[in-house]
Design a binder for this molecule. Structure first.
Ligand code: HPA
Length: 282
């Protein structure tokens, strides 16, 4: 990667200006919808749809299950901006490009980001279809040298060395717990580990991820959260557990993208209800 891969403030401004002129909505809440979770955007009212391909400098998603458009409107009376699909590091983008949309959300005035993903369950207590509130993450891609803040720091965005002690906002997590409880919805809480993919984990990698303390594994989210926190945006993260990895290395569990998408369909209505409930409380 060379310096040209780092998105500039001007590019982020261009993209934000385009979005602003394309809709009258002025969203304060950003939503990122993971694999199979796009249906959530269907409950956005008065929606304007902006394909990523129409937004200057926006990275475009190449993966099945990721629609690739920004949906702006209201949900429970809150002005929201949802990413129906995201791009991933494994598509070949620099991690700074992958997180470009979060910068745009920040410049557009989002002060809250609700980030969702499909994830593989590592904790024994999980079953496919479960929801997990993200308490913390382990950013394996970042620890391996692909932190999204590598490169020149723009102090107007945030500090050179942002703190990550409370990356997942404790007050928002408490709201999520209360809403889930009121809805009679089981909500686990745990640690999300971000790997690059696109290959799924080997049985020994699954064992390794458990040892380091992860409860769910996926290919997104952590870098988006880092960029959001860099900009002072508060974050709530929710994983939809689409598959659960085997505990028996002699009987490894196979994983497929199809399975991830299918379980995502089952999760989407419950996740929609949860997020609606949370938006009401904001
Ligand atoms: N591993 C990595 N990413 C995933 C998985 C998984 O098992 N399931 C959904 N996304």
């Amino acid at each position: 990667m060379n310096a040209n891969s780092f998105p500039t403030r001007d590019q982020v401004k261009d993209a934000a200006a385009y979005v602003r002129q394309s809709t009258h909505h002025r969203p304060t809440v950003g939503l990122i919808l993971g694999s199979g979770l796009s249906p959530l955007a269907e409950s956005i009212e008065g929606a304007d749809f902006l394909p990523y391909t129409s937004i200057p400098h926006f990275p475009t998603s190449t993966v099945a299950g990721h629609a690739g458009r920004l949906v702006l409107g209201t949900m429970e009376g809150r002005p929201v901006m949802a990413m129906q699909g995201r791009v991933h590091f494994y598509e070949g983008y620099a991690i700074q490009q992958v997180t470009f949309p979060v910068r745009v959300m920040g410049l557009l005035g989002a002060d809250t980001l609700i980030v969702t993903n499909a994830a593989g369950g590592l904790a024994q207590r999980f079953a496919p279809g479960d929801l997990m509130l993200i308490r913390d993450h382990i950013n394996l891609i970042g620890l391996a040298g692909h932190n999204p803040l590598i490169g020149p720091n723009d102090p107007d965005f945030g500090p050179r060395f942002p703190d990550m002690a409370m990356a997942y906002d404790p007050a928002l997590r408490e709201i999520a717990r209360q809403v889930a409880s009121a809805q009679g919805l089981a909500l686990h809480e745990g640690v999300y580990v971000c790997i690059s993919g696109p290959s799924f984990e080997t049985p020994m990698e699954v064992g390794f991820l458990r040892i380091i303390g992860a409860d769910a594994v996926g290919m997104s989210t952590a870098h988006e959260v880092i960029v959001a926190r860099h900009m002072g945006i508060r974050v709530l993260g929710i994983s939809g557990i689409t598959n659960v990895h085997s505990f028996d290395t002699s009987q490894p569990q196979e994983t497929s993208h199809q399975e991830v998408l299918e379980t995502g369909q089952v999760i989407a209505p419950r996740l929609t209800a949860l997020i609606r409930g949370i938006l009401k409380q904001l």
